[in-house]
Ligand binder design. Structure first.
Ligand SMILES: Nc1ncnc2c1ncn2[C@@H]1O[C@H](COP(=O)(O)OP(=O)(O)O)[C@@H](O)[C@H]1O
Ligand SMILES: [Mg+2]
Length: 324
């Protein structure tokens, strides 16, 4: 089966700024791709090109096999879009907003009402349906925005930083909705600055930096590419630090890194068997440990290694109650 989204050698310039510089990636139908990148990486530009709101300068972009430049109307019929900023009208109620979207998409009034009712139920917006959207909390507003993007029953959904500024609880709710859509066969492209979001939600991650794709793979592949596992040991007694480091060094064939603050010794673990060998050798040497484990690098470390920049900080505190 051909991929649902195919992007090849895509270039988009704004004057002297090259927002997208020979970007390429593909997304299989019914999967989630996370486009991860810092501010200015080109994420929104990518989404707007896919949604036929911007014309590419060079390259090929296909959605569902359709060329976005040649058949924009057919691409729009396949695609739902929610922006970084809510597109719903604050003066209208939840129901009115969804009916309006349905009417704009050419549904009859009864069909638009049915569709609105289905979506309000699905997104648990029922109790808020009769209130103007301007009175909604940030999380409710984002759910209404997502519901609005689904009125046309899209096969492909583009979500541009859908959870930026949402508190972690609302963020998880939105992830759940995305998972349900994917279970129904929808293909999702989601941009994010949050590594945890890409890690939890995306089947594949494409990392953008300054308009270029700097890495592409499953979250696990990206972690492995940047660095293997490390074995970590914390001696129970601080006076055992040197002796423990020697054992760890012999087993891994490296010089372990020491963190005097935490008392943790760290060394690369070429294969997972290293752990059991370390346990045995420490036991033979009569050295007790307070902590021992293998760990994969975090996506944070991956991001830093790939882009030279730290990822976005954690989400700011909840802003429930502010409608904008
Ligand atoms: N309409 C525009 N006119 C001029 N420059 C733009 C425009 N849109 C985006 N850019 C520039 O393109 C680059 C990528 O922007 P954008 O796609 O918004 O990144 P992101 O969404 O990853 O933060 C930035 O340097 C930005 O300033
Ligand atoms: Mg953006």
């Amino acid at each position: 089966m051909p991929p649902m989204i195919r992007v090849e050698n895509l270039v988009k310039r704004f004057g002297r700024t090259t927002a997208l510089d020979r970007v390429g990636f593909a997304v299989e139908a019914g999967t989630v791709v996370g486009v991860l990148g810092p501010n200015g990486a080109g994420k929104t530009t990518m989404v707007r090109v896919l949604a036929t709101l911007l014309r590419p300068d060079e390259g090929l972009v296909r959605v569902g096999g359709l060329d976005v430049t040649r058949e924009p109307a057919r691409v729009r019929a396949l695609l739902g879009l929610t922006g970084q900023y809510a597109s719903v009208d604050g003066d209208l109620t939840g129901t009115e907003n969804l009916v309006l979207f349905g009417r704009l998409l050419g549904l009859s009034r009864p069909a638009a009402r049915d569709r609105a009712a289905d979506l309000l139920e699905r997104f648990e917006l029922g109790p808020a349906a009769a209130r103007p959207a301007s009175t909604y909390s940030g999380g409710l507003r984002r759910r209404l925005d997502l519901a609005a993007s689904l009125v046309g029953g899209p096969r492909v959904l583009c979500l541009d930083e859908p959870t930026t500024g949402l508190d972690p609880h609302v963020r998880r709710e939105l992830w759940q909705v995305v998972r349900e859509l994917v279970a129904d066969g929808v293909t999702v492209l989601l941009t994010t600055q949050y590594l945890e979001e890409a890690d939890r939600l995306a089947d594949r991650v494409t990392v953008f930096d300054a308009g270029r794709v700097v890495a592409d793979g499953t979250p696990g592949e990206l972690k492995r590419r940047v660095g293997g596992r490390t074995v970590q040991v914390r001696p129970a007694l601080s006076q055992d630090m040197d002796a423990t480091a020697r054992v760890l060094g012999r087993v891994t064939g490296t010089t372990p890194a020491r963190d005097p603050g935490t008392g943790l010794l760290t060394a690369p673990a070429a294969d997972p068997m290293v752990l059991s060998t370390v346990v045995r050798k420490l036991d033979q040497a009569g050295l007790a440990v307070a902590e021992l484990g293998l760990r994969l690098p975090s996506l944070d470390e991956v991001f830093l290694a790939l882009t030279g920049k730290p990822a976005a900080p954690e989400v700011p505190a909840a802003r429930e109650g502010s409608a904008g």
